[in-house]
Structures are given as C-alpha cells and as structure tokens.
Design a protein. Structure first.
Length: 455
C-alpha cells in the first residue's frame, strides 16, 4: 500500500509551520531516506506518519495522510520507548500489546535479536546497555512487530560502523523478502547509495525528492588514506591510569591496565558495548573502578568534587542527562554562572549560537528540541564552563554535516588553545582525521594505534 501525503502542514505551539503544504508519496516495498538540517522536521514527519502527531502533541495539523498499513517506529532516543527491565521482557511486552500468540513469541524474539546481531543481549538489563546496544534493541523490537511499514528515526547515530553496515544489508532483505516499506531519517547519505530507492530532502518547511545523481554531489569526500597518530608525547601526561580496571555488573570491560593520556586531541574508538561510555564515567568518578586514576598527578578518588569540576567536564552520550533547567537561555545562563574562566564572552556565545542556528530558539524548552539541537546546546554549555579537560561521548550523534564541521573545527581550536579533548564517536569526521592520538578499546584493553587505514 502506498503512503500518500496530501497538503500536509504542521506547526508546534507559538512557532511557524515546520512542514507546510507537503505533497509526496512513499512507494510500497521501498527504502526511503529522509535527510536535511538538524531541526528541519524529519522526526515530526515520521511521527505524523506513525499517527503519534497530532494526537500526542499540542501541535496543529492540516492535510491528509492516506495509508491502510500499520506502522512500527523506532524513536531517535530509544530510552523514550522502553517500558520493561530486560531485553527479553521488552520484546514480550511489545508483542503482547499486539496480541501475538504466546506460542509464537520465542521464535519471533530470537529471530529479531539475531537480525540485529544482539542475541547475546537477550537477558541483559536494558539500563546497563551502551547507547548503541539500546538502539539495536529498539530496532529488534520494531522488527519483531512485523509491521508492513517501518519508521526509523536516526537508528544508527550511536551504532558502530560495522554493525550499521550489517543491519542496513538486512533491511534490504526485509524489503525484498518480506515486502516492507522502510522510511529512515539519517544524516549520513553515503551509506545509502545503492541501498535507498528514494531520497527526500527535508528543509525550509518542505520535503522534496532528490535524484540519486544529485545525492552523490552532496557526499563529503573521504578518500582512502592512511592516518598516522602519535603513540607518545613530549608533554607530560595529563591523566595517568595505574593498574586500572573496570566492570559493569557482571561484564568485564577493561583488564588491569597502565596507560597515560596526553594533552591534545585523543580519539577513543571501540565497538558498541566495549565500555567507552563507562570509561568516561569512571574518569569523572561517576562509575566505580579498581586501581588509580590521576589527573594532574592528583588521585581523583582522594580529590574533592570541586577539584574534578574545575579540571574536567563530560559531555554525556544522552543529551537530556546534561540539562538542569527548562529553556535554552536558562541552560546558557547556568553555564555562564558556573564557568571556570571568562573566555566565553556574551559576544562569543551569541556568535556560536547563531552559527549553529540556535539563536532564534533561546526561549524554547530544551526537551522540545530535536536530537541534533539538544546535542549542539549540550556541547555549547560544556564549552562555556571551560574546564581544561573536555571528554565527549558521541558528540556528533544526530548532527547534520554543517554542524558536524563547525563543532569539529571548534574543538580543534580549543585543543590548539591548550585544552585536552578526549572523544568517542562512530561518525567519520574531520576531528577523527585530525586527532593527535587514537586509542582503541577492544578485547578489554586500551591500546594506542599509530597507523589506521580509513576508506
């Protein structure tokens, strides 16, 4: 069944229309990619197709969406759709709501988990999973529902590259072998060349189909290359790990390790669930660990909280975990109040807000922002605090190419000014290419890499 959208408009309270007189069709048995700037309306369109808007929003809709098929939707933030404690319980809950025969549930659950490559997570507690693992679980729930139409909102923003490619191949199988219509919102166009049947640009309150040959002109150029990183530094280390090890519940994440982290830009890479987010939390004393962690030669277990707050900041993977107030302006003012230095003047802040297209949104409630807008605000408030060490967990998730470039450049400038930047990301960005150091977290070990081949 074709999805036929006629004269569709939608606006949030006290805002201009985010979608205005949209007319488009989604063909049956097809893969469709929505792309466009952060905050342009991609999530809104998906929620309208799913029937969640305007029913569960205060926005106003006009126009019509004609479709007979039922949908299953994966939210941009998977935490917003989990209701149960374990992965298995979540799948049973979803299938139970669809009144699936209990005798059929075990096979459907096992098939969906295998589809997403996460059979080993079946009995895990959801709250202990990494961001990427949660996205895979949410996708498995969507697949298990066996709806004719799948709506996937930024489904791979925290998923490692290898897993993403594998799941995209399996989505093609769903389309070809099970006649699914799949609509995906994503900023990374290159992964869908030869995969997506149709591309749609969501921008300036409109949705326009774009030809594949036009898409190719929009792709960032990443030639095959060998990137060389340092494995030592002439500078003294800023962080020392001595006999450091780390677990998460029954999961052994890092074996006893001695390693130093240096000033400059360090790129931390590893597969989903390897322990990157937990590692950042351990360095911030937000997760337990064994051994010794020293920052500027001071043992952080014996240091005061004000000391840690003065010398390090962590940008969480989940943006909403960072926010403490209501509006964008409230968050900016709180960051200025808690700033360690006065380097971020009002003019400098205003210029960055304008460059990242947040300057007209200062009165918006932070939880009403798009995923990418939340991420940009989150990074801005941590920069304003201006601690000497800035750790960032998936700082480019949900960002369009323009915003990714701006933030990469900004973080490089901060490093050149003397700040230590340590970041984890599954996105191929300028910051990955220009990092000073590359540390891989694999097989429970932290290892410096000198040469990395990228294509």
């Amino acid at each position: 069944m074709m999805i036929n959208i006629k004269d569709l408009s939608f606006s949030y309270p006290e805002q201009d229309k985010i979608l205005n007189q949209i007319n488009l069709k989604f063909e049956p048995n097809s893969i469709n990619l929505l792309f466009g700037p952060t905050g342009s309306g991609k999530t809104t369109l998906l929620k309208l197709i799913a029937g969640l808007y305007p029913k569960y929003s205060k926005g106003e809709m006009s126009g019509k969406i004609d479709m007979d098929e039922k949908t299953a939707m994966l939210f941009q933030d998977p935490n917003h759709q989990f209701a149960m404690k374990t992965v298995k319980e979540e799948l049973i809950f979803a299938l139970g709501n669809l009144q699936v025969d209990p005798a059929q549930m075990p096979n459907r659950i096992d098939d969906a988990l295998a589809f997403c490559g996460i059979s080993s997570l079946k009995n895990r507690t959801i709250s202990t999973l990494s961001g990427g693992e949660k996205q895979k679980v949410a996708l498995a729930v969507t697949v298990a529902m066996k709806r004719p139409v799948l709506l996937l909102d930024e489904p791979f923003s925290n998923v490692d590259v290898e897993s993403k490619k594998d799941i995209i191949r399996r989505l093609v199988q769903l389309k070809e072998e099970h006649n699914r219509t799949i609509i995906i919102s994503d900023h990374n166009l290159s992964d869908y060349i030869g995969i997506a049947d149709h591309f749609f640009n969501v921008q300036n309150d409109s949705v326009k189909p774009i030809l594949v040959k036009q898409i190719k002109t929009r792709l960032p150029h990443h030639p095959d290359k060998e990137i060389e990183y340092k494995i030592m530094s002439d500078n003294d280390p800023i962080i020392n790990l001595l006999n450091f090890s780390m677990t998460d519940g029954n999961q052994n994440l890092i074996e006893p390790e001695n390693i130093d982290l240096y000033p400059g830009i360090t790129y931390l890479n590893g597969k989903n669930g390897s322990g990157k987010s937990t590692f950042f939390k351990a360095l911030s004393r937000l997760h337990s660990y064994n051994g010794v962690v020293k920052i500027l030669n001071r043992n952080i277990k014996k240091s005061s909280l004000p000391f840690l707050m003065r010398y390090e900041n962590l940008v969480f993977q989940n943006s909403e975990d960072q926010f403490l107030t209501i509006t964008i302006n409230d968050e900016i003012q709180l960051a200025k109040k808690n700033a360690i230095t006065k380097n971020w003047t009002d003019d400098r802040i205003n210029d960055l807000m304008e460059e990242l297209h947040l300057d007209q949104l200062t009165d918006r409630v932070v939880y009403s922002l798009s995923g990418g807008q939340k991420k940009k605000l989150q990074i801005i408030i941590m920069l304003i605090r201006d601690a000497p060490i800035l750790m960032l967990d998936e700082p480019f998730a949900g960002l369009d190419q323009e915003s990714t470039t701006i933030i990469s450049r900004l973080l490089e400038d901060e490093a050149h000014a003397g700040k230590t930047i340590i970041f984890a990301s599954h996105q191929q960005t300028e910051l990955v290419d220009n990092a000073d150091f590359y540390i891989e977290l694999a097989n429970h070990r932290l290892t410096y890499k000198e040469d990395v081949h990228e294509s």
